[in-house]
Design a protein. Structure first.
Length: 262
């Protein structure tokens, strides 16, 4: 909270992020891009926590931004709008080449440079499931936790086990898109084939980039076990890796990114 309220680029300047929050809310833009260089210069420990534990820290940043907005009086307390924080521009040590990604990077925040080669159509991504009891017709909502649905084992009203059925037309969905990112020609070692990574893009980041675009991607590197078959819950010992995208950044004036760019 002290960072969001008190950070200044130069001594004597006005606080940066309260001014940005005011501009975003007037423009009805509901995400705040936070430069990770600013965070690192303010508190290196807080920056380290963000990189190592992004799942928890990004959520804490979202809650803190809501508190700051309410404290500054930029939105009424009963407003349904929520701002999302999107960190970007990580330090050089977190900027990875695709062929350098390894198991140590799983569930951490990484920055990748590359060229978009393919994107899927927009897909529905389940966020909140609605279940109805087949005996007493009572309904309950279940939030999705890391892509898994905790299906109720019994009805809370009539206590009958195995009576809950999902209602697909009453569930809440978000937009999702799958994107393939490939190494740029200037970063491929001589004689090697280009490496690619899979990206998962959500909500208003869908269709932000197109095939052929050079981008810097900030996101959370994840691993997911592979099922033996569609009809079995048994999992292979091999994991499929992908990156949940938090932020897209294009190079200025169509230039290529440098690995040592400040």
């Amino acid at each position: 909270e002290k960072f969001l309220v008190g950070y200044r680029r130069e001594p004597g300047e006005r606080e940066l992020y309260p001014r940005l929050l005011s501009q975003l809310i007037r423009a009805e833009v509901w995400h705040l891009n936070v430069d990770a260089h600013h965070l690192h210069s303010w508190d290196p420990t807080l920056y380290s926590h963000l990189v190592r534990y992004p799942q928890e820290m990004v959520t804490l940043f979202d809650l803190t931004v809501e508190k700051v907005v309410q404290t500054l009086g930029l939105l009424p307390a009963d407003s349904p709008q929520r701002l999302q924080v999107r960190p970007f521009h990580l330090e050089v040590s977190e900027r990875k080449k695709m062929r350098e990604l390894n198991p140590e990077d799983i569930d951490t925040m990484v920055s990748l440079h590359g060229m978009v080669t393919r994107q899927s159509p927009i897909l529905p991504d389940l966020r909140q499931a609605m279940f109805r009891c087949q005996m007493c017709a009572s309904e309950t909502r279940v939030n999705i936790d890391r892509g898994r649905i905790s299906e109720p084992s019994h009805c809370e009203s009539c206590a009958v086990r195995g009576s809950m059925q999902i209602l697909h037309n009453r569930c809440d969905f978000a937009n999702k898109q799958l994107v393939r990112l490939q190494e740029t020609p200037d970063s491929i070692p001589e004689g090697e084939t280009p490496q690619t990574v899979s990206l998962c893009v959500y909500d208003d980041l869908v269709d932000v980039c197109r095939p052929g675009d050079r981008v810097e991607v900030t996101g959370i590197y994840r691993a997911q076990p592979i099922q033996m078959s569609n009809k079995s819950r048994r999992l292979r010992s091999i994991y499929r890796t992908y990156t949940d995208v938090i932020h897209f950044r294009r190079p200025p004036n169509g230039q290529a990114f440098s690995e040592n760019e400040p």
